[in-house]
Design a protein around this ligand. Structure first.
Ligand SMILES: Cc1ncc(COP(=O)(O)O)c(C=O)c1O
Length: 386
């Protein structure tokens, strides 16, 4: 078997050979030639709990042997259990959930809920924000290179700089349906929202009857040192979008909201696969792992230690180290791509968040020795050059 292959018939991704990954366990993945890597990007933030966590694998296998799918004309025990378990980890005001299959769908639902609950169509989102690639979520997304080829998008979306309270306050009006924020911008370069900015967003939404929407698709499930990043801020959204690691690697999306939004909602929501038995069984197991293994506390401890270590290196190529918990951005003074390639050669898979930001989102159960060596290797690679 070759190390790199192309799925030649596949449409929509760069037509370059990519490494074929055949196995994952904890923080590691292996390629088809036996090469072993530490997955420092948790496979785009999906493997927060580690690859193929035994508790999650067991739940998927058991559920697959019992019931793979049934239409939403019926319910299932995993579906009931998952919704109960998820809501038990939310503040009381977030008491309703709609299940879908991906982050972009969770955001699409968030947009529909805010529109319907307010009867308005305008949204304020953040510059550098990323929310997905379906038409509504793409309209909330900032990057013009992602948006332009598909214009015209959904009208009514404006963008303000994250943490600019004056611009936010000027933009939120009685016509605003919702304000959309990632508490730590993931794809946009690991920029952390200031607590005062989030407080101001809450106040502006309350003053104008708009809904505050947190996209925690990347920041949720322990990543920032809390189960959900909003817990750090002590501010609750009206609508919360979750996905990525919520079912330990099985596709899922969840939009959590209030009974007030539910009461005002008109229309219907439905998804054939949303809330399917396998995703929900995996989701119950994933939430158990999140709680039982105190994933949030580990992310806080290892993340803080990691950021401190990176700063101590005083590496001349590093402009800034930022983030929360185990969501870390290392802004370089030059492009990150060549260093990512050298890291891969040394057994570490990481990704960029923008051209100059090396992003670390390791599986949170990563062994401390692996985390230490990863950080030391990053320092070395930056010093050695490419
Ligand atoms: C913050 C955020 N929102 C939304 C999405 C879109 O999720 P998906 O790719 O599952 O549609 C992503 C994916 O990277 C994300 O990081």
């Amino acid at each position: 078997m070759m190390g790199s292959e192309i799925a030649r018939g596949e449409f929509g991704i760069a037509g370059v050979a990519r490494r074929t990954i055949v196995r994952g366990e904890g923080a590691y993945v292996w390629d088809a030639t036996g090469g072993k890597y530490v997955d420092l990007g948790a496979s785009l933030g999906v493997a927060n709990l580690g690859h193929s966590h035994p508790r999650i694998v067991e739940a998927i296998q058991r559920q697959a042997g019992e019931l793979v799918f049934v239409s939403s004309g019926y319910t299932t025990r995993p579906r009931i259990d998952f919704v109960d378990r998820l809501l038990s980890l939310m503040p009381p005001r977030l008491a309703r959930v709609f299940l879908s299959n991906s982050g972009t769908e969770a955001m699409e639902t968030a947009i529909k809920l805010a529109r319907s609950a307010t009867g308005r169509t305008e949204f304020v989102a953040m510059m550098r924000g990323f929310h997905g690639r379906t038409m509504g979520a793409l309209s909330a997304t900032w990057r013009s290179d992602l948006r332009r080829p598909f214009e015209p998008l959904v009208p009514g979306f404006a963008h303000v700089p994250l943490n600019d309270i004056a611009k936010l306050e000027a933009m939120v009006t009685d016509r605003t349906a919702g304000v959309i924020v990632e508490l730590v911008q993931g794809e946009g370069g690991i920029h952390v929202a200031d607590p005062e900015f989030i407080r101001a967003a809450r106040t502006a939404c309350d003053a104008h009857g708009a809904k505050l929407i947190f996209d925690e698709i990347q920041t949720g499930m322990g990543r920032t040192g809390r189960r959900w990043a909003f817990e750090r801020y002590g501010i609750h959204p009206d609508i919360l979008a979750l996905a990525k690691s919520l079912a330990g690697g099985i596709p899922i999306g969840a939009t959590v909201t209030t009974t007030d939004v539910e009461a005002k909602f008109q229309g219907t929501l439905h998804s054939t696969f949303g809330g399917n038995p396998i995703a929900c069984a995996a989701g119950v197991a994933a939430l158990d792992v999140l709680v039982n293994e105190r994933i949030d506390e580990r992310a806080e401890r290892l993340g803080n230690a990691g950021r401190e270590r990176l700063r101590e290196f005083a590496n001349p190529k590093i402009r800034e180290v930022r983030g929360l918990g185990m969501m870390i951005g290392i802004e370089l003074r030059e492009r990150a791509a060549p260093y990512l390639e050298e890291l891969r050669r040394r057994g570490y898979l990481a990704s960029a968040a923008g051209p100059e930001v090396l992003r670390l989102l390791p599986p949170i159960p990563i062994a401390e020795a692996d985390w230490d060596s990863a950080l030391a290797t990053i320092d070395e690679v930056l010093r050695d050059g490419r």
